[in-house]
Write a protein that binds this ligand. Structure first.
Ligand SMILES: Cc1cc2nc3c(=O)[nH]c(=O)nc-3n(C[C@H](O)[C@H](O)[C@H](O)COP(=O)(O)OP(=O)(O)OC[C@H]3O[C@@H](n4cnc5c(N)ncnc54)[C@H](O)[C@@H]3O)c2cc1C
Length: 374
């Protein structure tokens, strides 16, 4: 017998899990479908460090830091057992980077302190550059957070091959819902999402056992987690040449250990487990959250759109996306989930910075896939 939900979410990564949690808190009946189970995509691989972005106040930095502030409050309030607020030290890479840090300081929107060479050395960190210490930052137990957020929500292991909308309801096999959210990470082929330019970047993280006392996490070119229960997380690689998921490689995790040896004493670190997965990013590094444009309708009705016309947008009824969280899924997801839940339940406008619409007109004008229409 078919069951009908208010919203079905495809994808049980951090995007799907936070969205399901937010919708359930607005009294929606929600079903989450995932072909491989909870946090089986990029989310399960994540070191899941939750820290601010540094820089000279770009719009992306401002949004990231707002999301960071929201995320750490969210994890502390919702699943404190799976968020370790160890603080994160941002360490300059070299002399040039160290000079930039003083220009970045006025744009540190979240609480921070300067960490001197002596303080770094006292923590066992081999760097002589003055650094930023963000005490509110930390890291999540990635899989546990996703599982916890979904613990009171129906989750079914099911691969969606096709989505159909009939009589105002979305249907996938026996499951039906008024609203559908695509939170499928780098695999975005259930609807025409080409204009969003979702792209995967493969990454590896390694968990190492160690007796080293390391109370704080740090990030330089890579992240080194604090020692939590005898485990230090090292992450992550960016393996652009990997286009399709493949088995995790110990060699990549061991490369991270080698890289970490310039920061900490890695002599007793022993590799316990390797994680790998795809981060799904957008072209401009901003998240992709909100309604999905009806691409076939727009191209058929307004062919001049490929030559620069700017008609109003027509959206697919009750179809939404949460994607493009890139290398900061655990930072962005809680705020994006709130924004999307308010859009779905209260019909609130989505923040223009994260609406995928921003990429549509340019895609129509520039994409080689539409050359024949120009
Ligand atoms: C090595 C590594 C380290 C990282 N480190 C950090 C970090 O320190 N901090 C941070 O914030 N972020 C980090 N990230 C990024 C973060 O993991 C991603 O931003 C996050 O995974 C995005 O989550 P998502 O839910 O959008 O996608 P995913 O987690 O990829 O979830 C998508 C889900 O959709 C399911 N799915 C897809 N198609 C279908 C279908 N047709 N039917 C059913 N199910 C389907 C998949 O099985 C998958 O479970 C890291 C990522 C990697 C890989």
């Amino acid at each position: 017998m078919s069951k009908t939900y208010d919203t079905i979410i495809i994808g049980a990564g951090i995007a799907g899990a936070t969205t399901a949690h937010a919708l359930t808190h607005k009294n929606q009946k929600v079903l989450v479908l995932d072909k491989k189970g909870i946090a089986s995509g990029g989310s399960g691989a994540a070191g899941a460090f939750v820290s601010p972005k540094i820089g000279k106040g770009s719009p992306l930095q401002t949004l990231t830091n707002k999301a960071f502030s929201f995320a750490k409050d969210f994890y502390l309030a919702t699943c404190p057992d799976y968020f370790h607020q160890t603080g994160v030290i941002r360490i300059p890479k070299d002399e040039d980077d160290a000079k930039k840090f003083s220009a970045y300081a006025p744009f540190n929107e979240n609480s921070y302190a300067l960490y001197t060479q002596e303080q770094l050395h006292a923590q066992g960190i081999c760097s002589d550059f003055e650094s930023f210490y963000f005490p509110e930052a930390g890291d999540c137990d990635a899989k546990e957070v996703c599982a916890f957020l979904l613990s009171d929500i129906e989750v079914v292991q099911y691969e969606v091959k096709e989505i159909k909308q009939e009589d105002g309801l979305w249907s996938m096999g026996d499951y039906k819902a008024h609203n559908l959210v695509l939170a499928t990470g780098y695999e975005g082929d259930l609807a025409d999402l080409r204009y969003m330019g979702i792209k995967g970047t493969w990454g590896t993280r390694g968990d190492f056992s160690s007796k080293l006392t390391l109370e704080v996490s740090m990030h330089q070119s890579m992240s080194v987690g604090a020692n939590v229960d005898g485990i230090i997380k090292l992450g992550a690689t960016h393996e652009k040449e990997v286009k399709e998921p493949m088995p995790c490689q110990d060699t990549q995790a061991l490369l991270l250990k080698e890289q970490a040896s310039s920061l900490i004493d890695t002599s007793d670190l022993e590799l316990q487990e390797v994680f790998c997965g795809m981060r799904a990013g957008s072209k401009d590094y901003f998240p992709l959250v909100g309604k999905v444009i009806d691409v076939p309708f727009m191209l058929e009705t307004y062919p001049a759109i490929t030559r620069g016309a700017k008609p109003g947008m027509k959206y697919v009824d009750n179809l939404y996306v949460s994607n493009g969280l890139g290398g900061r899924g655990f930072v962005f997801a809680p705020l994006m989930a709130k924004i999307l839940a308010e859009c779905i339940v209260e019909d609130k406008e989505v923040d223009v910075r994260v609406r995928p619409d921003r990429l549509f007109l340019k895609w129509c004008r520039k994409s080689p896939a539409l050359d024949a229409l120009r």
